[in-house]
Design a protein around this ligand. Structure first.
Ligand SMILES: O=C(O)CCC(=O)C(=O)O
Length: 278
C-alpha cells in the first residue's frame, strides 16, 4: 500500500492508515496523514467553521477564548481564537465527514473502544507574534485514568507551515517515563487556561509539521507539542477532534470534566502542575 494516493485512501467514511503510518505514530508520538479531507469536503465544513470563529454561531463564556492569553482583549483582538466543543454548540456538525474519518483513523492507530471525547477549533489570526501555543503534553491537562490511549486528529483548514504557526512536536517524548512538569502560562489557570512545559532545543529534537489543507496530524496523549507564532499574512485554522477510550470518557464525565472551559471542574486540583505524580 506504500505510495497510495490520498484519494484512494479516502474510502467513504474510512481513511486507510498504512502500516508505515502506525510505525511512525508509535515511534514519534504523532503521524502526518495526507488528504484526509478532499478540497470539496474542507470547503463545505469551512463555512460553519468561519461562522463559529466569527461568533455568528454563539459559543458561550470561556468556550470562546484566546489561547495566547490576551487578558482583557476584545474577541476581535484575540490572537489564537479557541472554540471549545463546536459540535455541542452547532449540533448540525455531529456526524460530519471529519468526525467519521477521524473515528476510523483513531481505531486503526489505537485499537477498538475509542469514542469522541471533545472537539475544538484553533484559529490563529495573521500577523500575530504572540499566537504561540506553549509546549505541553495533553495528559497534563487531563485527569489520570487507567486507559490513556488517545488519538487527537488535528486537521489543517489552511496550509500550515512555520510562517503561520504550524504544529511542532518533540518526537519520541511520549516514551519519557514521567510527564514533564507543567506550569500555568498566565498568572492563574482561571485567567489563562494554557499550561506550558520546557523544551530545550539544544537537547530536544523538534519536528515542524508543515502540512497542507485537508491533511491531518494525529498525536497521542504524551507527546510534547506546541506551535509557533503566526508571522505571515495568512490565517492558520485547525479543526481538532480527540478520541479516548469509552472508560476514560466515562470517568472524566463522572468527575464533571467535559473539556468545556466553563466546567467548574475544568481545572482539576493537582492536574498539570506536578510532573512527578505520573
Ligand atoms: O493548534 C495548536 O497550535 C495546538 C493544538 C494542540 O496543542 C492540540 O490539539 O493538542
Amino acid at each position: 500500500m506504500r505510495g497510495m494516493d490520498p484519494s484512494q485512501r479516502r474510502q467513504g467514511d474510512r481513511y486507510v492508515v498504512q502500516p508505515t503510518d502506525i510505525e511512525a505514530f508509535r515511534r514519534d508520538g504523532y503521524v502526518h496523514l495526507r488528504g484526509v479531507l478532499s478540497e470539496d469536503e474542507v470547503k463545505e465544513l469551512e463555512v460553519d467553521y468561519d461562522r463559529l470563529v466569527n461568533r455568528e454561531i454563539e459559543v458561550p463564556g470561556k468556550d470562546y477564548c484566546d489561547m495566547a492569553g490576551g487578558y482583557g482583549r476584545k474577541p476581535e483582538e484575540f490572537s489564537i481564537i479557541n472554540v471549545m466543543l463546536p459540535r455541542k454548540y452547532h449540533a448540525a456538525w455531529q456526524g460530519n465527514i471529519l468526525e467519521r474519518r477521524a473515528a476510523s483513523i483513531a481505531e486503526q492507530l489505537q485499537g477498538a473502544g475509542l469514542i469522541l471525547d471533545y472537539d475544538q477549533l484553533l484559529a490563529k489570526r495573521p500577523g500575530k507574534e504572540d499566537a504561540v501555543f506553549a509546549w505541553h503534553q495533553d495528559m497534563a491537562y487531563w485527569p489520570d485514568t487507567p486507559d490513556t490511549r488517545t488519538a487527537t486528529i488535528w486537521c489543517a483548514f489552511d496550509d500550515s507551515d512555520v510562517g503561520n504557526g504550524c504544529m511542532r512536536f518533540v518526537p519520541g517524548s511520549q516514551k519519557e517515563p514521567k510527564l514533564r512538569p507543567h506550569q500555568p502560562v498566565g498568572r492563574t489557570r482561571e485567567e489563562s487556561h494554557a499550561l506550558g512545559t520546557v523544551v530545550d532545543e539544544s537537547v530536544d529534537t523538534v519536528h515542524c509539521a508543515e502540512i497542507a489543507r485537508g491533511d491531518v496530524t494525529v498525536h497521542d496523549e504524551r507527546v510534547v507539542h506546541g506551535s509557533g507564532p503566526n508571522t505571515s499574512n495568512r490565517w492558520r485554522r485547525a479543526y481538532i477532534i480527540a478520541f479516548r477510550s469509552v472508560d476514560t470518557v466515562a470517568t472524566e464525565r463522572e468527575l464533571g470534566f467535559t473539556h468545556s472551559h466553563n466546567d467548574e471542574k475544568d481545572v482539576l486540583d493537582g492536574v498539570g502542575i506536578d510532573g512527578e505524580t505520573r
